[in-house]
Design a protein around this ligand. Structure first.
Ligand SMILES: Nc1ncnc2c1ncn2[C@@H]1O[C@H](COP(=O)(O)OP(=O)(O)O)[C@@H](O)[C@H]1O
Ligand SMILES: [Mg+2]
Length: 340
């Protein structure tokens, strides 16, 4: 680990269970975890933890502003979809140093149908997608019925016939859209943009297994087509900070982008480990927050490693303070003889 950069602090909102991200930042600089839930485990990896007002409360942004002043915060990064647009607007109004795209792009990528329209407008590949009011009988099946504002793979249903599609549209109690069910392997590209929206790096990985929006098994790939696509999307949307782009390579229609998240995506191994020494995304973010210029180095990372993730836990006392008690200690993972 490099020397701690004490020039600026970093604030992360909606930290939830993303302990690896928070501890990576906390090892680099003073890190403030913002989460309303006392049981969000990742806040215990930060130096400072605070409970904010609700995101839709007018006091939310002033609360973060005060936090930024008090702790010399150089960048605010959202870890969920919920406040990206609010933070983006606060940035445009000169209120917060949020690492987000424009509020317009934040709004469009939060609504998957808007995102589809925007990608098509920009000449970027998106699978055929219609709204439930359109003619569902003339589609090619199967299709996916997806909430327009879904996250964590919630309420997504495969429909094999127009009747099944209509059933799921009715069954899911929120606005949905109907999308070509992509075949082939699903992959993600973890990208980072600088403060001008230039792409600094794009690191593809396979998604061998995902649960609740978190990718738990995957391999970092040096796939030129995906690296270039990641950079194209980042620059077309002028994304500041991290973003994860999900794609499938469908045997019939080729590459289609199924989800764009303008925040750290559901797996951290690429941004944290695959980048070269000194260029992990947290390190670059802390440097940008402190005012450094970073040269783009798209495609420069280590590929081939496989990551398989697992659960850990914290014990909290009656005052919700970590007891520090560990029944089992994480051991350094030593090489073992090959499995027989
Ligand atoms: N068009 C599609 N074809 C096939 N699978 C899809 C499609 N859209 C989504 N999925 C599957 O559902 C998961 C969650 O969908 P996604 O669009 O990423 O929404 P979110 O992550 O915001 O819940 C994806 O990771 C993918 O496995
Ligand atoms: Mg997704």
């Amino acid at each position: 680990m490099r020397e701690r950069d004490t020039r600026v602090a970093i604030a992360l909102t909606g930290v939830g269970k993303r302990y690896d991200i928070v501890s990576c930042f906390a090892a680099l600089t003073n890190t403030i975890a913002v989460d309303p839930n006392p049981l969000a485990p990742a806040q215990y990896a930060a130096q400072v933890r605070v409970a904010p007002p609700r995101i839709d409360d007018p006091a939310y942004v002033p609360f973060l502003q005060e936090l930024c002043e008090q702790h010399a915060v150089g960048a605010v990064l959202p870890l969920t979809d919920l406040d990206i647009e609010v933070l983006a607007r606060a940035r445009e109004d000169g209120l917060l140093p949020a690492m987000t795209p424009s509020s317009q792009v934040a709004r469009a990528t939060y609504d998957k149908y808007e995102a589809h329209m925007m990608l098509e407008r920009l000449g970027l590949p998106s699978p055929p997608t219609v709204l439930p009011g359109d003619d569902l009988d003339s589609l090619r099946y199967p299709v996916m019925v997806k909430p327009r504002r879904g996250s964590g793979a919630r309420s997504i249903h495969l429909a094999h016939t127009p009747d099944q599609a209509r059933f799921f549209v009715d069954y899911v109690q929120e606005p949905t859209m109907v999308q070509w069910a992509m075949g082939g392997e699903e992959m993600s590209i973890d990208c980072l943009g600088d403060l001008e929206g230039r792409c600094l790096n794009a690191i593809p990985r396979t998604m061998l297994e995902s649960r609740g929006g978190e990718s738990i098994k995957g391999q970092v790939l040096h796939d030129r087509e995906l690296i270039d696509l990641g950079a194209r999307v980042m620059e077309a949307l002028a994304v500041r900070g991290p973003a994860t782009i999900q794609i499938f390579r469908d045997p019939e229609i080729g590459i289609g982008i199924t989800d764009v998240n303008t925040r750290f995506g559901g797996a951290f191994p690429g941004p944290a480990y695959a980048a070269r020494e000194g260029r992990s995304y947290p390190e670059l973010i802390v440097r940008m927050a402190a005012g450094d210029q970073i040269e783009p180095h798209v495609g420069d990372f280590t590929s081939g490693m496989t990551f398989t993730r697992y659960y850990w836990q914290l014990e909290l006392d009656q005052q919700m303070q970590p007891t520090g008690r560990e029944l089992v200690r994480p051991e350094p993972h030593r090489p073992l003889p090959p499995r027989r």
